[in-house]
Write a protein of this length. Structure first.
Ligand code: PLP
Length: 400
């Protein structure tokens, strides 16, 4: 029997990165602002904006940094309330706290998407919104944009896990005022660490560029246009410098991966849909469907345990682990950074959020990188189905 695949390994970095990295090792040219123009980071920004179809992109040290700079670039006063989904990674409320704002949490449904009734109820008193498309599950962006536009509330998209996802044919991350992506190793494009924000708003990106660490006139080394030049002139010397820049080395590792995105998206979706269909055939597991306008780009699978108690759910995770597959039940793995009750740094009590809590106690997470083969995917599906049977017994045969 083949061994369970290591789902944490990334793909090799494309060979094309090597020549550029060698050149940098020779020259020592690692800082994005040493060269007068066309530094690797600047070229990445140009290429990424082109891939996304946005006017501007700013590469930074992480998606968390991109979220923080987005909030700062919106010029929100201290203690502004920022609405975020209660199901997200701890980095998201952390970026809000870092920007001297207060996270307000809204309920998330069994399908991992923002609960629109609770979202609308909590919009009053909020001055910005971050939508985390958690694990690449897209919340209803038509409804969210309509509610926020009617109130003049800016929307930041946390698209860390949504590179390649579309909504009615539009790229996720380009629907809100600004979209943020991650290049951390567990995301679709891997540079170890890194992030990027995209926007069409010249004033917003000018502020973010300066605050990211474009001191003096280093902003002139970015790809600019007349609107952006005017915005840079407006904000010169008026903003703090947080130094969250990306290094040329990271950009050189990312750029040749951009061409790989379509393949990784297609393969990741096929892998996901194959495992999803198999798990759905088990009476103990249910995989939420995508929303009709959504075309997903998954590199992991989430499913809900059905008819299992807390003890059964723990036993399921242990049985899967014994069969070589690590399953994380979000609300049950100790200190999970995606369980809101572990965000003990929040300045305000987020309330009880029973719906999100119930979801987290049954929602399971398994990585499914695009490079996995069909036999490896079947091995994962077999192990999960068998683990549920270990705990719950054989499902009753039809007709008995
Ligand atoms: C990974 C992730 C982040 C943080 O990205 P970093 O680049 O590690 O800061 C934020 N939000 C979501 C949904 C993520 O998956």
């Amino acid at each position: 029997m083949p061994l369970p695949p290591n789902v944490y390994d990334a793909e090799p970095i494309p060979e094309a990165a090597r020549a550029e990295i060698d050149r940098m090792l020779q020259s020592g040219d690692l800082f994005r602002y040493t060269a007068p123009e066309n530094a690797p980071v600047t070229l990445l920004e140009r290429d990424f904006a082109e891939v996304m179809g946005t006017r501007y992109a700013l590469a930074v040290s992480s998606c968390s940094a991109a979220l923080f700079l987005s909030l700062k670039a919106l010029d929100l006063p201290r203690d502004t309330r920022v609405l975020i989904p209660a199901f997200t990674f701890a980095a998201v409320p952390s970026s809000v706290v870092h920007a001297d704002c207060i996270p307000v949490l809204c309920e998330v449904g069994n399908d991992y998407r923002v609960d629109l009734a609770d979202f609308e109820a909590k919009l009053d008193g909020v001055q910005a919104v971050i939508i985390s498309h958690m694990r690449g599950h897209t919340s209803d962006m038509d409804a969210i944009m309509a509610l926020c536009e009617a109130r003049g509330i800016p929307v930041i998209e946390d698209a860390a896990h949504s590179l390649g996802t579309t909504w009615n044919g539009r790229r996720i991350g380009t629907i809100g005022r600004v979209g943020c992506f991650s290049f951390q190793s567990y995301k679709l494009v891997n540079a170890g660490e890194g992030g990027i924000l995209v926007t069409d708003d010249a004033d917003l990106v000018a502020r973010a560029v300066i605050m990211s660490g474009a001191y003096e006139h280093n902003w002139s080394k970015h790809h600019t246009d007349a609107d952006l030049d005017a915005a840079f002139a407006r904000w010169q010397n008026r903003l703090p410098l947080y130094n969250l820049r990306m290094s040329n080395l990271s950009a050189a590792i990312i750029r040749p991966q951009l061409a790989e995105i379509p393949r990784r998206v297609t393969d990741g979706r096929a892998n996901h849909d194959h495992v999803a269909a198999r798990l759905d055939a088990s009476p103990w597991m249910q995989v939420p469907r995508p929303l009709p306008p959504e075309r997903r780009a998954p590199d992991s699978i989430q499913f809900n345990l059905v008819g299992l108690s807390d003890a059964d759910s723990r036993a399921f995770a242990a049985a899967a682990s014994a069969r070589g597959i690590k399953v994380q039940v979000f609300g049950m793995s100790a200190d999970n950074a995606r369980a809101f009750w572990n965000w003990r740094f929040l300045p305000e009590d987020p309330g009880d959020l029973p719906q999100t809590r119930a979801m987290l106690m049954r929602a399971c997470d398994v990585r499914l990188p695009a490079r996995l083969t069909r036999p490896e995917l079947d091995l994962i599906a077999d192990a999960l189905i068998a683990a549920a049977q270990d705990v719950m017994g054989q499902p009753r045969a039809y007709g008995t």
